[in-house]
Design a protein around this ligand. Structure first.
Ligand code: CAO
Length: 438
């Protein structure tokens, strides 16, 4: 074992210092993964198609001529090199990069990496220590060749069928559990593979299918599916309302996921503010405190209300009574009063409120970043806080910003070779027809 560092915490480098990632990712799922690894200190070299780059650079553009927030917010702390991976000289550069990197991360459509000529066998031969990590829509099976985006994964991973209200259609959620969720899973797989490599000396393939990632996050709903065989799901409000259960886990509206009944209640101002609501949990141990707060002290001992079991069939009416109370205050006032007596509640925070939240800024969860083209913008920093591997958020790279630096410093190529590769057109966008002819 190495001797413990003598440097103070936070000054002994970062967790993944010395790890180099060949980042072949695009859009959201893969970039989420490599951004996390970059925050932990890995040197992430993002390979982008010359002239175009990651397609998100030009998607949902808000500032003309600048990389979109979609791109900047998913590609911090990375370096960018442009390479045409189908050009012979481009392949030559990529082969050299494979030899110099520890991990290749990609989320191309199924088969795309193989079509470029970068099969697992080829990569493993060039660098037996290389870990090849992929996001795909589906694992092996009938859908393995399909292209997949966020909402497809939410629908096929069991989230949509269990989200929304019973009398409405399935709903997708705003949290990007298919893309960012799978990127998170992949990052864990990569770190585990790096750890195993210390022991085995060899790399391995890491695959995260978006359907699997979403299902993993929706696993409590598969739990409920199996519980259905043994009777109704008593914590679902449909039980209290006397609505029979069908064959599959139903949509549960805003019911609390666990055994602690909860619901979203109106607060002062709800008529005009779409977010003047609070999530209220009637946790059993604080039932007495809830009764006192809302002005129903007799419910503490009344057998019709005193036990969780007795309350189950009346939850709708109970929450309606609590709502009469929450509607007299703002969501923050309700939170203050409830927290004082340990009642778990959550104000519905708008993105505006989150963007302006001082405490999230202080912890580095919401960060202001400067960008040479777009100016300052807000982003979400590393949500994983470590005492000896402290993240700083550096702006995303411009397209091909580090091409020369990577060719010379990472690959050690001399000026003549760099000029030869550049002259071949492998690193630049093909000239437009009219321009080329002129
Ligand atoms: N040089 C040359 N060609 C390049 C290149 C480069 N640097 N980078 C990419 N390409 C090529 C690919 O080789 C591919 O060519 P072929 O079709 O000839 O093999 C082509 O660009 C398109 O790649 P793609 O199929 O991955 O991209 P797409 O826009 O058609 O599909 C997506 C996008 C996300 C649906 C698909 O990549 C996918 O299903 N990925 C896996 C699942 C995933 O991550 N989805 C979440 C995305 S985030 O919402």
């Amino acid at each position: 074992m190495p001797a413990p560092s003598k440097k103070p915490f936070g000054q002994a480098g970062k967790a993944l210092d010395g790890v180099r990632i060949l980042d072949f990712t695009h859009v959201q799922s893969g970039p989420t993964c490599t951004q996390l690894l970059a925050w932990f200190g890995a040197d992430v070299i993002k390979v982008e198609r010359p002239g175009v780059g990651d397609i998100t650079r030009g998607q949902l553009v808000d500032v003309k001529g600048a990389d979109s927030l979609y791109f900047t917010m998913l590609n911090h702390n990375k370096r960018s090199i442009t390479i045409d991976s189908k050009h012979p000289q481009g392949k030559r550069v990529l082969n050299e990069l494979i030899k110099k990197c520890d991990v290749l991360v990609e989320n191309f459509a199924p088969g795309a990496l193989d079509r470029m000529g970068f099969t697992w066998e080829h990569i493993h031969k060039l660098n037996p220590r290389m870990i090849v990590a992929s996001v795909k829509g589906f694992g092996p099976g009938p859908y393995e060749d399909c292209k997949v985006y966020e909402n497809v994964a939410q629908c096929t991973g069991g989230s949509a069928s269990t989200t929304g209200f019973r009398d409405g259609p399935p709903l997708v959620t705003g949290a990007q559990i298919g893309d960012s969720g799978t990127g998170l899973h992949l990052a864990l797989g990569i770190v585990a593979a790096l750890y195993q490599r210390n022991r085995t000396g060899r790399g391995q393939k890491v695959l995260c299918a978006m359907q699997d990632g979403v299902l993993n996050l929706a696993r409590v709903k598969l739990r409920d599916q199996q519980r259905l065989a043994h009777g109704p799901l008593t914590e679902y409000s449909q039980y209290g309302e006397g609505v029979p259960f069908g064959e599959a886990t139903p949509r549960a509206g805003n019911d609390s996921g666990g055994g602690q009944p909860g619901w979203i209640l109106k607060c002062k101002g709800w008529e005009t503010d779409p977010n003047a609501y609070i999530y209220f949990i009637t946790q059993a141990p604080v039932w007495g405190a809830i009764c006192d707060l809302i002005g129903e002290p007799s419910w503490k001992t009344d057998p019709e209300y005193a036990t969780p079991r007795a309350r189950l069939p009346k939850l709708k009416a109970i929450f309606a009574r609590i709502e009469e109370w929450t509607m007299t205050m703002t969501k923050f006032e309700v939170m203050e009063k409830c927290n004082a007596v340990d009642i778990p509640v959550g104000p519905i925070l708008s993105m505006k409120e989150i963007a302006e939240d001082e405490s999230l800024r202080k912890t580095g969860t919401v960060v202001e970043v400067d960008h040479p083209v777009r100016g300052t913008y807000l982003t979400v920093g590393n949500p994983i806080k470590m005492s000896d591997s402290i993240s700083d958020v550096k702006r995303s790279p411009l397209l091909g910003e580090h091409t020369d630096e990577i060719l010379t410093k990472v690959l050690g190529l001399d000026k003549k070779t760099v000029a030869e590769i550049k002259g071949s057109g492998a690193l630049s966008a093909p000239e437009k027809e009219g321009k080329a002819a002129a």
